[in-house]
Design a protein around this ligand. Structure first.
Ligand SMILES: Nc1ncnc2c1ncn2[C@@H]1O[C@H](COP(=O)(O)OP(=O)(O)OP(=O)(O)O)[C@@H](O)[C@H]1O
Length: 269
């Protein structure tokens, strides 16, 4: 979905000066797709975030993992421009990105069909065009396009949420535990579908999960977040190509991470 035209808390910069110059060979010459700096975020007396800095490169898949209630959803909402009540800045490299957001709950409108739910996020002129049916087909939903959400399984509803996020052709995809509460085979099918879709149609992804195996399977980089008030306390690049991450690789990478002696990694246990 395209968020309401954001007027960001600080000016958008055309490039993100603090990007790591060693990544200069990346698709956009080392320019960040996103740079978030959240100096402080409070909900009344509750301090949710303090001193969080996060960067993502174009087409990079960044997973955020951390304890329950630490501030992961709040971080995504700030990146999306849905929450502006914070101290800090959200910057994009280049033009303002088109955003797709997959919420924890699919949030489908029950009085609209599957096709209408997906079409609704598009400008009116595009709703009757081929895009909606293309994305329904990509998510294997053609057969239920005229059904209402109450008739769908949880896995199907999650696929509708994916179609709705991809139909806008997002530059930046924010995903908040999109596969939580699915049985493992269904979750595994949807992870494979997401990975294949991103191969075909790259986007920068911020992906919140409690599932370390899922993060290792999908991400280019994992950011470990501290308990509330949260910030990024460790960064773990995954140097293995996504296609080569079989169960054995994921299990051994996870075991290595859980065995790391640094305090930052204790939240993963
Ligand atoms: N609208 C709100 N009003 C008051 N407090 C809030 C609000 N939204 C979030 N919080 C609080 O801010 C903190 C961070 O919440 P957030 O939902 O971002 O955490 P999270 O890491 O995504 O949690 P989980 O992993 O359980 O989904 C929590 O203590 C939560 O109770």
């Amino acid at each position: 979905m395209r968020t309401p035209s954001p007027s960001w808390p600080s000016s958008n910069s055309s490039s993100c000066a603090s990007c790591n110059p060693s990544k200069a060979g990346s698709p956009a010459g080392g320019r960040c797709a996103l740079r978030l700096e959240i100096r402080a975020k409070r909900f009344a007396e509750r301090e949710a975030i303090r001193g969080l800095t996060l960067e993502a490169l174009p087409a990079e898949f960044v997973a955020l993992v951390g304890p329950s209630g630490c501030g992961k959803t709040t971080t995504l909402n700030i990146a999306a421009g849905l929450d502006r009540a914070f101290e800090g800045s959200v910057e994009f490299g280049g033009r303002e990105p088109v955003l797709g957001y997959v919420f924890q709950n699919p949030r489908l409108l029950p009085w609209r069909t599957v096709r209408q739910n997906v079409a609704l996020v598009l400008p009116k002129a595009l709703r009757g065009g081929p895009l909606v049916d293309e994305w329904l087909a990509a998510m294997d939903l053609t057969g239920v396009a005229d059904e209402y959400p109450t008739r769908l399984s949880v896995g199907m509803a999650r696929r509708v949420a994916l179609a709705r996020a991809f139909v806008v052709q997002p530059d930046l995809l924010l995903m908040d535990e999109p596969f939580v509460s699915l049985d493992e085979p269904t979750a595994q099918r949807l992870r494979a579908l997401l990975a294949a879709t991103l191969e075909r149609r790259p986007a920068t992804v911020l992906f919140v999960t409690h599932n370390l195996r899922e993060a290792i399977q999908l991400a280019d980089r994992i950011l470990v977040m501290a308990p509330r008030p949260t910030r990024v306390v460790a960064e773990v690049p995954i140097p293995v190509p996504r296609g080569a991450r079989d169960d054995a690789m994921v299990e051994s990478f996870r075991a290595d991470l859980l065995a790391r002696p640094e305090a930052a990694f204790r939240v993963l246990a």
